[in-house]
Design a protein around this ligand. Structure first.
Ligand SMILES: [Zn+2]
Length: 218
């Protein structure tokens, strides 16, 4: 690194040290959480679980600091957090996903409704998928989209949410045989299940999912 660039990095580190996205305390530069919040993350077992019939794996439970990160990525425009989440996923992924052993797998982000995409400006699932793709050397394909009504999950009761996502999932173009769906957080898995059904109907053979966080205790 050139001297000037190193100096600039040092200076920015002094002027703007990292801030923890959960407690607003000091975090190491480049780290989204301080040491205390990082240690408080509820880490999940390496085995995938079944949610709405689809195999899902996530490194952490959706609670506490993990929830703060997901919300910051979604609602505070903290797009850089996508890479931090991808790093957690890739570093802790069980054998076979997503790493060298998952060669032949294509990452497909869970689509955001176009109305939501317009207001947010980006799809957080796609940002995480791109970052995982960079880190694990896997291709990313945006072959899914959403149409129809865009009622938010909040306010729908549990049975409605389990029944499926608001609107429908559409598939565009060629579908890869092996797909790893990517989302920021998994709750009931209903959306993932709808994505899987749409992909299987178009020729995919194996569809599983990874996310940064998963709701537990339901
Ligand atoms: Zn903290």
């Amino acid at each position: 690194m050139a001297m000037a660039a190193r100096f600039a990095e040092l200076l920015s580190g002094l002027v703007a040290p990292g801030m923890c996205w959960s407690c607003s305390g000091l975090a190491r530069r480049g780290e989204p959480l301080c040491a205390t919040c990082r240690a408080s993350l509820h880490r999940l077992a390496a085995e995938p679980v079944l949610a709405s019939g689809i195999r899902v794996w996530a490194p952490v439970a959706y609670s506490g600091a993990a929830r703060d990160l997901v919300r910051a990525l979604k609602f505070r425009g903290a797009i850089a957090l996508a890479d931090a989440m991808a790093a957690q996923i890739v570093a802790n992924a069980p054998p076979g996903r997503p790493g060298p052993a998952s060669a032949g797998c294509t990452l497909v982000p869970v689509p955001l409704h176009p109305r939501r995409l317009r207001s947010r400006g980006y799809n957080q699932a796609a940002a995480i998928a791109d970052a995982i793709g960079d880190r694990a050397g896997l291709p990313v394909l945006r072959c899914l989209s959403r149409s129809g009504p865009s009622i938010t999950q909040v306010g729908r009761d549990r049975a409605e949410r389990r029944a499926g996502p608001a609107g429908s999932i559409d598939v565009t173009g060629e579908v890869p045989e092996r797909v790893l769906l990517v989302d920021d957080v998994v709750t009931t898995g209903a959306t993932l299940g709808a994505c899987r059904d749409a992909l299987l109907a178009r020729g995919a053979r194996d569809v599983a999912a990874i996310a940064f966080a998963r709701t537990i205790g339901r």
